[in-house]
Design a protein around this ligand. Structure first.
Ligand SMILES: Cc1ncc(COP(=O)(O)O)c(C=O)c1O
Length: 435
């Protein structure tokens, strides 16, 4: 069956070369399991879970039924000073998955909103403690924390920042952890923990008591799967503890089984003070994000408010939206029933074997990977981004969707993938990258 939109003219597409796209569009019109169908009816394997969202695969009946039922039961409720059951149920389910002392869930509608909410929670926490001098934030080069102004300020990707002026004041960036000496290293690089000392140097330069929070993705995701060196996250935790700085793990990509456990904080054995979530929280089917907050932060902010007065002047019309909560509850049921986090962990070795086999291809300059997550760097072709865009198009044409950032392919197959699916994904990659 052919599907064609009437016109492509009126939508300004996000993070897209609009002129180029509209001249030769790539449209997906169906999704089932690990596969999309494009508008010509061709099969496109989903090698990146959409945008790292659809961990349980596409077209899940259980989620569709739960959303439909919820919409007929209660379609919308305000969540300012009034509540509805699904968001409370979901908050309990999410906090049961996160580390022990993280029992407080603030709902948002995206990863970007989760990051901006986490920034404001850090500000509110230190305000409640009478430490408003803590106005600085530490992030990292090559970080991606979404597209809102807060997240763009934390961003360590030049292209995402350069158009937007000076952004939020008071943000400094540690060095990224990629090293040319650790190319083609699978899992955590042995060297590089000392890069965590950048945080200590900021404490010495700015005063540790002036820093509110340090934001990191446990595995830097969008930039192409930079796995933390052994000891790196542990050292960040130590430095944060010494100086009373909040450690925020942005698990928008790494959450929900991508690294073999529910969250990368559990995989790497380092507990942050806040975790930001989105994407696979609802299997990507409805927009939703969350910030999960350590008890001490929640208690401090709540207890600082006078009786009957709103404790945190922040929230979104759709925070805890019933249909999104229903989608998420059904998604969490699937993860549990199908033991998908363990399934991802079990498939990881095979996946990484296959991906690292691509090392011999001339165009491939580095491969990194952990869990069901991998980054493949391609040699620059003239200007940065040219090789990546060419590869993205050729792969799509050959029947494979892979998300690219610049010249890096970012692979994250759904957790339901089979060995056969991985063979197909890597087979297309080899064919296209060698041609
Ligand atoms: C680590 C991280 N944080 C935040 C975001 C932003 O999420 P969203 O696009 O849902 O706003 C992303 C998106 O890819 C991400 O990878």
């Amino acid at each position: 069956m052919q599907h064609t939109a009437n016109t492509l003219e009126n939508q300004w597409m996000p993070f897209t070369a609009n002129r180029d796209f509209k001249a030769d569009p790539r449209l997906v019109v169906k999704g089932k399991g690990i596969n999309y169908t494009n508008h010509h009816g061709d099969n496109i394997i989903d090698g990146s879970s959409g945008l790292f969202c659809c961990a349980a695969g596409h077209g899940r009946q259980e989620i569709a039924d739960a959303v439909s039922q919820q919409l007929m039961e209660l379609d919308f409720s305000p969540h300012f000073q009034i509540g509805s059951p699904p968001s409370f149920e979901l908050a309990s389910r999410v906090s049961a998955l996160t580390p022990d002392n993280m029992n407080n869930v603030f709902f948002t509608n995206s990863g970007s909103e989760s990051i901006d909410s986490a920034l404001k929670i850090a500000m509110a926490y230190y305000s409640a403690r009478g430490e408003s001098c803590r106005s600085r934030f530490v992030s990292r080069e090559r970080a991606y924390h979404g597209a809102n102004i807060g997240g763009t300020s934390l961003s360590g990707l030049m292209k995402n920042r350069q158009t937007f002026g000076s952004l939020m004041p008071g943000v400094v960036h540690m060095r990224h952890t990629w090293s040319p000496n650790a190319r083609f290293v699978r899992g955590q690089p042995e060297l590089g923990a000392k890069l965590a000392e950048d945080l200590q140097r900021f404490c010495e330069l700015l005063g540790g008591g002036n820093i509110a929070a340090c934001f990191v993705e446990p595995i830097a995701g969008s930039t192409g799967c930079l796995v933390p060196p052994i000891g790196y996250l542990e050292r960040l935790r130590e430095i944060c503890d010494i100086h009373g700085i909040l450690l925020v793990f942005d698990e928008v990509i790494t959450g929900f089984g991508r690294t073999g456990k529910a969250f990368a904080s559990q995989t790497f054995g380092v507990t942050p003070d806040m975790i930001t979530l989105a994407k696979a929280l609802t299997n990507g089917v409805l927009p939703m994000g969350a910030v999960v907050v350590k008890d001490e932060i929640y208690d401090t902010i709540i207890e600082a408010a006078p009786d009957g007065v709103i404790d945190f002047f922040h929230g979104y019309t759709y925070s805890g939206n019933p249909a999104s909560c229903a989608a998420s509850l059904a998604t969490l049921n699937i993860y549990e029933k199908e033991n998908l986090f363990q399934r991802g962990a079990d498939l990881s070795e095979y996946f990484l074997d296959c991906v690292f086999d691509l090392e011999d291809i001339t165009a491939v300059t580095d491969i990194r990977g952990y869990g069901l997550f991998a980054g493949i760097d391609l040699a620059v072709d003239g200007a940065p981004g040219v090789a990546g865009t060419k590869a993205l198009k050729a792969l799509f044409e050959a029947g494979l969707h892979i998300k690219f950032t610049g010249d890096t392919a970012v692979m994250a197959p759904p957790l339901i993938a089979t060995k056969n699916d991985i063979d197909n994904v890597v087979g297309i990659l080899r064919e296209v990258l060698t041609s």
